[in-house]
Design a protein around this ligand. Structure first.
Ligand code: NAD
Ligand code: TDX
Length: 360
Protein backbone atom coordinates (compact mmCIF):
# COMPACT_ATOMS: atom_id res chain seq x y z
CA UNK A 1 0.00 0.00 0.00
CA UNK A 2 1.59 3.25 -1.14
CA UNK A 3 0.41 6.43 0.54
CA UNK A 4 1.26 9.78 -0.95
CA UNK A 5 1.32 12.32 1.87
CA UNK A 6 1.56 15.97 0.91
CA UNK A 7 2.86 18.57 3.36
CA UNK A 8 4.34 15.88 5.60
CA UNK A 9 7.11 18.18 6.86
CA UNK A 10 4.60 20.51 8.50
CA UNK A 11 2.99 20.26 11.91
CA UNK A 12 0.07 17.84 11.45
CA UNK A 13 1.58 15.97 8.49
CA UNK A 14 4.76 15.06 10.40
CA UNK A 15 2.74 13.84 13.40
CA UNK A 16 0.54 11.81 11.05
CA UNK A 17 3.48 10.17 9.26
CA UNK A 18 4.84 9.00 12.61
CA UNK A 19 1.42 7.64 13.64
CA UNK A 20 0.60 5.81 10.41
CA UNK A 21 4.03 4.18 10.04
CA UNK A 22 3.68 2.83 13.58
CA UNK A 23 0.05 1.77 13.16
CA UNK A 24 0.27 0.13 9.73
CA UNK A 25 3.14 -2.19 8.84
CA UNK A 26 1.75 -2.71 5.33
CA UNK A 27 2.16 0.94 4.44
CA UNK A 28 4.88 2.76 2.52
CA UNK A 29 4.88 6.57 2.79
CA UNK A 30 5.97 8.98 0.07
CA UNK A 31 6.16 12.43 1.62
CA UNK A 32 6.01 15.26 -0.90
CA UNK A 33 6.71 18.71 0.51
CA UNK A 34 7.90 21.99 -0.96
CA UNK A 35 9.69 22.94 2.28
CA UNK A 36 8.20 26.39 2.54
CA UNK A 37 8.99 28.35 5.72
CA UNK A 38 6.54 25.96 7.50
CA UNK A 39 8.19 22.74 6.31
CA UNK A 40 10.95 21.43 8.55
CA UNK A 41 12.88 18.23 7.93
CA UNK A 42 13.83 18.19 11.61
CA UNK A 43 10.19 17.22 12.30
CA UNK A 44 10.93 13.79 10.83
CA UNK A 45 14.52 13.00 11.81
CA UNK A 46 13.46 9.99 13.93
CA UNK A 47 11.10 8.73 11.20
CA UNK A 48 13.87 8.85 8.61
CA UNK A 49 16.01 6.74 10.97
CA UNK A 50 13.42 4.17 12.18
CA UNK A 51 11.43 3.60 9.02
CA UNK A 52 14.07 4.07 6.32
CA UNK A 53 12.67 1.20 4.19
CA UNK A 54 9.06 2.43 4.30
CA UNK A 55 9.54 6.20 4.23
CA UNK A 56 10.72 8.42 1.44
CA UNK A 57 10.89 12.21 1.20
CA UNK A 58 10.67 14.11 -2.07
CA UNK A 59 11.04 17.86 -2.24
CA UNK A 60 8.53 19.36 -4.63
CA UNK A 61 5.64 21.72 -5.22
CA UNK A 62 2.08 20.40 -5.62
CA UNK A 63 1.34 23.44 -7.79
CA UNK A 64 3.99 22.25 -10.28
CA UNK A 65 2.06 20.06 -12.70
CA UNK A 66 5.12 18.31 -14.16
CA UNK A 67 6.32 17.42 -10.69
CA UNK A 68 2.96 15.99 -9.60
CA UNK A 69 2.69 14.01 -12.85
CA UNK A 70 6.14 12.52 -12.28
CA UNK A 71 5.23 11.50 -8.71
CA UNK A 72 2.03 9.75 -9.83
CA UNK A 73 3.79 7.97 -12.68
CA UNK A 74 6.61 6.80 -10.50
CA UNK A 75 4.74 5.74 -7.33
CA UNK A 76 1.16 5.00 -8.44
CA UNK A 77 -0.23 5.81 -4.96
CA UNK A 78 -3.21 3.94 -3.46
CA UNK A 79 -4.10 6.68 -1.00
CA UNK A 80 -3.51 10.42 -1.10
CA UNK A 81 -3.52 12.13 2.29
CA UNK A 82 -3.41 15.80 1.42
CA UNK A 83 -2.11 18.14 4.13
CA UNK A 84 0.00 20.53 2.03
CA UNK A 85 -1.28 24.06 2.35
CA UNK A 86 -0.42 27.57 3.30
CA UNK A 87 -2.02 27.43 6.75
CA UNK A 88 -1.61 30.71 8.63
CA UNK A 89 -4.56 33.12 8.56
CA UNK A 90 -2.50 36.27 9.31
CA UNK A 91 -0.13 35.53 6.41
CA UNK A 92 -3.13 35.04 4.10
CA UNK A 93 -4.35 38.54 5.00
CA UNK A 94 -0.95 40.07 4.16
CA UNK A 95 -0.14 38.02 1.03
CA UNK A 96 -2.92 35.80 -0.30
CA UNK A 97 -1.30 34.68 -3.55
CA UNK A 98 0.52 31.58 -2.30
CA UNK A 99 -2.71 30.48 -0.61
CA UNK A 100 -4.55 30.56 -3.92
CA UNK A 101 -1.71 28.81 -5.73
CA UNK A 102 -1.04 26.00 -3.26
CA UNK A 103 -4.41 25.48 -1.62
CA UNK A 104 -6.58 25.74 -4.74
CA UNK A 105 -4.39 25.04 -7.76
CA UNK A 106 -2.20 22.51 -5.91
CA UNK A 107 -5.28 20.58 -4.74
CA UNK A 108 -6.67 20.67 -8.27
CA UNK A 109 -3.43 19.10 -9.60
CA UNK A 110 -3.63 16.26 -7.08
CA UNK A 111 -7.30 15.61 -7.84
CA UNK A 112 -6.67 15.71 -11.56
CA UNK A 113 -3.73 13.29 -11.52
CA UNK A 114 -5.66 10.97 -9.18
CA UNK A 115 -8.52 11.00 -11.69
CA UNK A 116 -6.16 10.22 -14.56
CA UNK A 117 -4.26 7.46 -12.74
CA UNK A 118 -7.02 5.62 -10.91
CA UNK A 119 -9.26 2.94 -12.45
CA UNK A 120 -12.52 4.89 -12.27
CA UNK A 121 -14.38 2.28 -14.36
CA UNK A 122 -13.30 -0.68 -12.22
CA UNK A 123 -15.21 -0.37 -8.95
CA UNK A 124 -13.38 -3.27 -7.24
CA UNK A 125 -9.93 -1.76 -7.77
CA UNK A 126 -11.24 1.74 -7.10
CA UNK A 127 -12.64 0.61 -3.73
CA UNK A 128 -9.07 0.46 -2.39
CA UNK A 129 -8.25 4.05 -3.38
CA UNK A 130 -8.77 7.08 -1.15
CA UNK A 131 -8.23 10.82 -1.55
CA UNK A 132 -8.33 12.35 1.92
CA UNK A 133 -8.74 16.12 1.80
CA UNK A 134 -7.62 17.58 5.14
CA UNK A 135 -9.67 20.67 5.80
CA UNK A 136 -10.64 22.98 8.58
CA UNK A 137 -13.67 24.19 10.52
CA UNK A 138 -12.75 27.73 9.39
CA UNK A 139 -14.57 27.08 6.09
CA UNK A 140 -17.86 27.42 8.00
CA UNK A 141 -17.09 31.00 9.08
CA UNK A 142 -18.01 32.25 12.52
CA UNK A 143 -20.53 31.02 15.08
CA UNK A 144 -22.44 33.27 17.46
CA UNK A 145 -22.56 32.53 21.16
CA UNK A 146 -24.40 29.24 20.73
CA UNK A 147 -24.54 26.33 18.29
CA UNK A 148 -22.01 23.93 16.77
CA UNK A 149 -20.72 23.31 13.23
CA UNK A 150 -22.14 20.14 11.71
CA UNK A 151 -21.29 18.63 8.32
CA UNK A 152 -24.42 20.35 7.01
CA UNK A 153 -23.39 23.88 8.08
CA UNK A 154 -23.05 26.13 5.01
CA UNK A 155 -19.58 27.21 3.94
CA UNK A 156 -19.06 30.91 4.74
CA UNK A 157 -15.30 31.60 4.93
CA UNK A 158 -13.93 34.90 6.25
CA UNK A 159 -10.19 35.00 5.42
CA UNK A 160 -8.27 34.39 2.19
CA UNK A 161 -6.94 31.25 3.92
CA UNK A 162 -10.36 29.80 4.74
CA UNK A 163 -11.75 30.86 1.35
CA UNK A 164 -8.91 28.99 -0.37
CA UNK A 165 -9.57 25.88 1.76
CA UNK A 166 -13.30 26.16 1.00
CA UNK A 167 -12.54 26.35 -2.73
CA UNK A 168 -10.37 23.24 -2.56
CA UNK A 169 -13.05 21.36 -0.60
CA UNK A 170 -15.61 22.28 -3.28
CA UNK A 171 -13.27 20.96 -5.97
CA UNK A 172 -12.77 17.74 -4.04
CA UNK A 173 -16.54 17.29 -3.66
CA UNK A 174 -17.03 18.00 -7.36
CA UNK A 175 -14.49 15.30 -8.27
CA UNK A 176 -16.49 12.81 -6.23
CA UNK A 177 -19.82 13.78 -7.79
CA UNK A 178 -18.55 14.13 -11.35
CA UNK A 179 -15.92 11.41 -11.65
CA UNK A 180 -16.70 9.17 -8.64
CA UNK A 181 -13.20 9.85 -7.32
CA UNK A 182 -13.22 8.33 -3.79
CA UNK A 183 -12.77 11.59 -1.92
CA UNK A 184 -13.34 12.03 1.82
CA UNK A 185 -13.13 15.46 3.47
CA UNK A 186 -12.33 16.07 7.13
CA UNK A 187 -12.91 19.43 8.80
CA UNK A 188 -10.94 19.67 12.01
CA UNK A 189 -10.90 22.30 14.72
CA UNK A 190 -7.70 24.04 15.94
CA UNK A 191 -4.84 21.63 16.58
CA UNK A 192 -1.96 22.06 19.03
CA UNK A 193 0.95 19.90 20.14
CA UNK A 194 4.58 19.02 19.30
CA UNK A 195 6.14 20.39 16.09
CA UNK A 196 3.65 23.24 15.63
CA UNK A 197 5.32 26.22 13.98
CA UNK A 198 5.78 29.00 16.56
CA UNK A 199 3.64 31.52 14.67
CA UNK A 200 0.38 29.95 15.88
CA UNK A 201 -1.21 31.10 19.15
CA UNK A 202 -0.16 28.25 21.48
CA UNK A 203 3.51 27.68 20.49
CA UNK A 204 4.01 31.44 20.02
CA UNK A 205 2.71 32.16 23.50
CA UNK A 206 4.82 29.39 25.08
CA UNK A 207 7.95 30.55 23.23
CA UNK A 208 7.48 34.23 24.12
CA UNK A 209 6.35 33.61 27.70
CA UNK A 210 9.36 31.42 28.33
CA UNK A 211 11.68 34.21 27.19
CA UNK A 212 9.75 36.93 29.01
CA UNK A 213 8.71 38.60 25.73
CA UNK A 214 5.35 40.35 25.10
CA UNK A 215 2.30 38.12 24.44
CA UNK A 216 0.08 39.60 21.71
CA UNK A 217 -3.64 38.90 22.18
CA UNK A 218 -5.88 40.10 19.37
CA UNK A 219 -8.91 42.30 20.13
CA UNK A 220 -10.55 41.59 23.49
CA UNK A 221 -9.13 38.04 23.73
CA UNK A 222 -12.63 36.58 23.90
CA UNK A 223 -12.62 34.82 20.52
CA UNK A 224 -13.26 31.13 21.04
CA UNK A 225 -11.41 28.23 19.45
CA UNK A 226 -12.16 24.50 19.91
CA UNK A 227 -8.79 22.88 20.71
CA UNK A 228 -7.74 19.38 19.68
CA UNK A 229 -4.45 17.67 20.55
CA UNK A 230 -2.70 16.75 17.31
CA UNK A 231 -2.46 13.01 18.13
CA UNK A 232 -6.25 12.91 18.49
CA UNK A 233 -6.57 14.50 15.06
CA UNK A 234 -4.20 11.87 13.65
CA UNK A 235 -6.19 8.99 15.17
CA UNK A 236 -9.36 10.49 13.69
CA UNK A 237 -7.73 10.54 10.25
CA UNK A 238 -6.70 6.88 10.58
CA UNK A 239 -10.28 6.05 11.58
CA UNK A 240 -11.72 7.89 8.57
CA UNK A 241 -9.26 6.21 6.18
CA UNK A 242 -10.33 2.89 7.59
CA UNK A 243 -14.08 3.32 8.00
CA UNK A 244 -15.10 6.56 6.28
CA UNK A 245 -17.38 6.52 3.25
CA UNK A 246 -16.27 8.16 -0.03
CA UNK A 247 -18.18 11.34 -0.79
CA UNK A 248 -18.74 12.03 2.93
CA UNK A 249 -17.36 14.81 5.14
CA UNK A 250 -16.44 14.34 8.80
CA UNK A 251 -16.05 17.11 11.38
CA UNK A 252 -13.29 16.46 13.93
CA UNK A 253 -13.24 18.11 17.34
CA UNK A 254 -13.18 17.24 21.03
CA UNK A 255 -15.69 19.65 22.64
CA UNK A 256 -12.89 21.82 24.01
CA UNK A 257 -13.94 25.43 23.58
CA UNK A 258 -11.77 28.09 25.16
CA UNK A 259 -11.46 31.85 24.88
CA UNK A 260 -7.99 32.86 23.66
CA UNK A 261 -7.31 34.79 26.85
CA UNK A 262 -8.01 31.66 28.92
CA UNK A 263 -5.48 29.69 26.85
CA UNK A 264 -2.86 32.42 27.30
CA UNK A 265 -3.53 32.64 31.04
CA UNK A 266 -3.19 28.85 31.40
CA UNK A 267 0.17 28.87 29.61
CA UNK A 268 1.45 31.78 31.73
CA UNK A 269 0.43 30.06 34.98
CA UNK A 270 1.90 26.68 34.01
CA UNK A 271 5.20 28.28 33.01
CA UNK A 272 5.33 30.28 36.27
CA UNK A 273 4.77 26.99 38.14
CA UNK A 274 7.36 25.11 36.05
CA UNK A 275 10.12 27.74 35.71
CA UNK A 276 9.37 30.28 38.42
CA UNK A 277 8.27 33.83 37.71
CA UNK A 278 10.16 35.99 35.24
CA UNK A 279 12.07 38.78 37.04
CA UNK A 280 9.73 38.28 40.00
CA UNK A 281 6.60 39.06 37.97
CA UNK A 282 3.82 36.72 36.83
CA UNK A 283 3.90 36.00 33.12
CA UNK A 284 0.33 37.27 32.77
CA UNK A 285 1.92 40.75 32.98
CA UNK A 286 3.46 40.11 29.53
CA UNK A 287 0.01 40.05 27.87
CA UNK A 288 -0.57 42.90 25.44
CA UNK A 289 -3.97 43.41 23.81
CA UNK A 290 -3.23 44.41 20.22
CA UNK A 291 -5.28 45.48 17.18
CA UNK A 292 -7.71 42.79 16.16
CA UNK A 293 -7.19 40.53 13.13
CA UNK A 294 -9.36 41.83 10.23
CA UNK A 295 -12.36 39.55 9.66
CA UNK A 296 -11.53 37.71 12.91
CA UNK A 297 -14.04 34.86 13.37
CA UNK A 298 -15.57 35.07 16.84
CA UNK A 299 -16.23 31.46 17.70
CA UNK A 300 -15.60 27.96 16.32
CA UNK A 301 -17.07 24.80 17.85
CA UNK A 302 -17.44 21.36 16.31
CA UNK A 303 -20.18 18.79 16.63
CA UNK A 304 -18.18 15.54 16.23
CA UNK A 305 -21.16 13.12 16.48
CA UNK A 306 -20.72 11.79 12.94
CA UNK A 307 -17.08 10.70 13.32
CA UNK A 308 -17.84 9.35 16.81
CA UNK A 309 -20.29 6.95 15.17
CA UNK A 310 -17.25 5.46 13.34
CA UNK A 311 -15.80 4.63 16.77
CA UNK A 312 -13.37 7.56 17.17
CA UNK A 313 -13.00 9.58 20.33
CA UNK A 314 -10.38 12.04 21.54
CA UNK A 315 -8.15 10.76 24.35
CA UNK A 316 -6.14 13.80 25.47
CA UNK A 317 -7.75 16.49 27.65
CA UNK A 318 -6.65 20.11 27.20
CA UNK A 319 -5.07 20.06 30.67
CA UNK A 320 -2.89 17.08 29.69
CA UNK A 321 -2.24 18.21 26.11
CA UNK A 322 -1.10 21.71 27.03
CA UNK A 323 1.31 20.33 29.67
CA UNK A 324 2.71 17.86 27.11
CA UNK A 325 3.13 20.67 24.57
CA UNK A 326 4.91 22.92 27.07
CA UNK A 327 7.23 20.08 28.17
CA UNK A 328 7.97 19.19 24.54
CA UNK A 329 8.93 22.78 23.71
CA UNK A 330 11.09 23.03 26.85
CA UNK A 331 12.86 19.76 26.01
CA UNK A 332 13.36 20.69 22.36
CA UNK A 333 14.93 24.11 22.68
CA UNK A 334 17.21 23.59 19.62
CA UNK A 335 14.13 22.83 17.47
CA UNK A 336 12.65 26.23 18.37
CA UNK A 337 15.93 28.13 18.25
CA UNK A 338 16.77 26.74 14.79
CA UNK A 339 13.43 28.06 13.56
CA UNK A 340 13.88 31.45 15.19
CA UNK A 341 17.40 31.89 13.76
CA UNK A 342 16.52 30.35 10.39
CA UNK A 343 19.07 27.51 10.39
CA UNK A 344 16.30 24.88 10.12
CA UNK A 345 16.23 25.75 6.45
CA UNK A 346 19.70 24.18 5.99
CA UNK A 347 18.52 20.64 6.88
CA UNK A 348 17.71 19.81 3.29
CA UNK A 349 21.22 20.62 2.09
CA UNK A 350 22.72 18.71 5.04
CA UNK A 351 20.54 15.61 4.56
CA UNK A 352 20.20 15.39 0.81
CA UNK A 353 23.11 17.41 -0.59
CA UNK A 354 22.96 20.32 -2.98
CA UNK A 355 23.01 18.16 -6.10
CA UNK A 356 19.54 16.67 -5.49
CA UNK A 357 17.00 18.77 -7.36
CA UNK A 358 14.11 17.23 -5.47
CA UNK A 359 12.50 15.34 -8.32
CA UNK A 360 11.91 11.61 -7.84
P1 NAD B 1 1.77 23.66 8.31
O1 NAD B 1 1.78 25.06 7.81
O2 NAD B 1 2.46 23.35 9.59
O3 NAD B 1 2.40 22.68 7.19
C1 NAD B 1 2.11 22.80 5.84
C2 NAD B 1 3.13 21.98 5.06
O4 NAD B 1 2.79 22.04 3.66
C3 NAD B 1 4.57 22.47 5.17
O5 NAD B 1 5.43 21.39 5.41
C4 NAD B 1 4.86 23.12 3.84
O6 NAD B 1 6.21 23.07 3.44
C5 NAD B 1 3.97 22.28 2.91
N1 NAD B 1 3.60 23.00 1.68
C6 NAD B 1 3.12 24.27 1.58
N2 NAD B 1 2.95 24.59 0.27
C7 NAD B 1 3.29 23.48 -0.45
C8 NAD B 1 3.32 23.19 -1.84
N3 NAD B 1 2.95 24.11 -2.76
N4 NAD B 1 3.72 21.96 -2.23
C9 NAD B 1 4.11 21.02 -1.33
N5 NAD B 1 4.13 21.27 0.00
C10 NAD B 1 3.73 22.48 0.44
O7 NAD B 1 0.24 23.24 8.35
P2 NAD B 1 -0.53 22.30 9.40
O8 NAD B 1 -0.95 23.12 10.55
O9 NAD B 1 0.25 21.06 9.60
O10 NAD B 1 -1.85 21.99 8.55
C11 NAD B 1 -1.88 20.87 7.67
C12 NAD B 1 -3.23 20.84 6.99
O11 NAD B 1 -4.25 20.73 7.97
C13 NAD B 1 -3.56 22.08 6.18
O12 NAD B 1 -4.23 21.68 5.00
C14 NAD B 1 -4.48 22.88 7.09
O13 NAD B 1 -5.38 23.66 6.32
C15 NAD B 1 -5.21 21.77 7.81
N6 NAD B 1 -5.70 22.10 9.16
C16 NAD B 1 -4.87 22.63 10.09
C17 NAD B 1 -5.34 22.89 11.38
C18 NAD B 1 -4.45 23.45 12.46
O14 NAD B 1 -4.95 23.76 13.54
N7 NAD B 1 -3.15 23.59 12.25
C19 NAD B 1 -6.67 22.62 11.68
C20 NAD B 1 -7.50 22.08 10.69
C21 NAD B 1 -7.00 21.81 9.44
O1 TDX C 1 -0.48 36.20 18.33
C1 TDX C 1 -1.66 35.79 18.26
N1 TDX C 1 -2.61 36.33 19.09
C2 TDX C 1 -3.92 35.97 19.06
O2 TDX C 1 -4.75 36.48 19.82
C3 TDX C 1 -2.07 34.79 17.32
C4 TDX C 1 -1.05 34.18 16.38
C5 TDX C 1 -3.38 34.42 17.32
N2 TDX C 1 -4.29 34.99 18.14
C6 TDX C 1 -5.69 34.53 18.12
C7 TDX C 1 -6.34 34.46 16.75
C8 TDX C 1 -7.27 33.26 16.87
O3 TDX C 1 -8.50 33.69 17.45
O4 TDX C 1 -5.67 33.18 18.59
C9 TDX C 1 -6.57 32.34 17.87
C10 TDX C 1 -5.79 31.22 17.22
O5 TDX C 1 -5.01 31.81 16.20
P1 TDX C 1 -4.07 30.93 15.25
O6 TDX C 1 -3.16 30.10 16.09
O7 TDX C 1 -3.47 31.84 14.23
O8 TDX C 1 -5.13 29.92 14.61
P2 TDX C 1 -6.45 30.17 13.74
O9 TDX C 1 -6.43 31.48 13.08
O10 TDX C 1 -7.64 29.87 14.63
O11 TDX C 1 -6.28 29.02 12.63
C11 TDX C 1 -5.74 27.73 12.99
O12 TDX C 1 -6.75 26.77 13.17
C12 TDX C 1 -7.48 26.35 12.05
C13 TDX C 1 -4.76 27.24 11.92
O13 TDX C 1 -3.77 28.21 11.72
C14 TDX C 1 -5.48 26.92 10.64
O14 TDX C 1 -4.57 26.36 9.69
C15 TDX C 1 -6.57 25.92 10.92
O15 TDX C 1 -7.33 25.71 9.76
Amino acid sequence: MVILITGGCGFIGSNFIRVILQAREDVEVINVDKLTYAGNLANLLDVKGHFSTRYRFIKGDIADKDFVKEVFEKFDPDWIVHFAAESHVDRSILEPEDFIRTNIYGTYNLLEFSRMSWPLEDSRSLAKKRFLQISTDEVYGSLGETGLFTEKSPYDPSSPYSASKAASDHLAKAYFRTYALPVIITNSSNNYGPYQFPEKLIPLTITNARKGVELPVYGDGKNVRDWLFVEDHCSALLCVLDKGIPGECYNIGGHCEKENIEVVHTICDLLDERLGRTEGRPRRDLIKFVTDRPGHDRRYAIDPSKIKKLGWQPRVSFEEGIRTTIEWLLENTPWVENILNGTYRDYYKKQYGESVNGHP
